[in-house]
Design a protein around this ligand. Structure first.
Ligand SMILES: Cc1cc2nc3c(=O)[nH]c(=O)nc-3n(C[C@H](O)[C@H](O)[C@H](O)COP(=O)(O)O)c2cc1C
Length: 191
């Protein structure tokens, strides 16, 4: 009798990286996954910048546990240098303290933060970033992680529009494989 071996996930999805393969193989073997694992697996090749932290919001936290390639590109640093840092490493003179306080209050309340900040790249150049940060909760409601979707924006030329959404436009064209999923989740959507 001929037995067909069950193809491993890595054979099926030949193009995904070794890290993601190892993660998916583990999930395949044990049959369950956390939201964090799911994000790591799907975020890897996304164009949008995605970063996951632990839930400790007071300094020295939150600590970055995972950042995708798009995040490394946005902040102009190697991923190995980012993991273990607090996202505060991107802040500088022109990062508005008031907005950071709003950010902090949202995190402390376990709510979404959607806003715009000035941040700085590894080489010191500044950029304007749109941030959509949300808590990831366990089944019992405890916050296990925070995840943030981030993208560079620029101020629109001409007359400033009334709302933040009208004031900024996104840089570059997104052909992200996650575009449908992100819009279904309302990521970057103004409420
Ligand atoms: C997942 C996540 C991503 C974040 N990304 C950024 C970021 O890109 N830029 C930034 O200035 N702050 C970012 N922050 C916010 C800072 O970590 C910090 O919470 C903020 O400075 C407010 O807290 P503080 O008043 O203690 O500094 C992020 C926070 C989390 C949880």
């Amino acid at each position: 009798m001929l037995f067909l071996r069950q193809a491993s996930i890595c054979e099926v999805f030949g193009s995904i990286s070794d890290d993601v393969c190892a993660l998916l193989a583990w999930v395949q073997r044990y049959g369950y996954m956390t939201a964090f694992e799911l994000i790591r697996a799907f975020a890897h090749d996304a164009t949008v910048a995605i970063v996951v932290t632990d839930p400790m919001i007071e300094p020295p936290g939150p600590t970055i546990l995972y950042a995708n390639v798009g995040f490394g590109r946005l902040v102009g640093r190697e991923l190995d240098d980012i993991v273990g840092l607090s996202p505060r490493f991107m802040q500088g003179n022109e990062t508005r303290r008031e907005t950071l306080e709003t950010f902090h209050r949202a995190l402390a309340a376990g709510e979404r933060f959607h806003g715009y900040l000035t941040n700085y790249r590894g080489d010191g150049t500044k950029y304007r970033v749109e941030i959509d940060c949300r808590p990831l909760r366990a089944a019992d409601g405890r916050i296990e992680n925070f995840v943030s979707f981030e993208r560079e924006v620029i101020r629109r030329l001409g007359r400033p529009a009334g709302s933040a959404a009208g004031r900024y436009e996104t840089i570059g064209v997104s052909n992200d494989a996650l575009t449908g999923a992100l819009s279904a989740l309302g990521v970057f959507k103004h409420t």
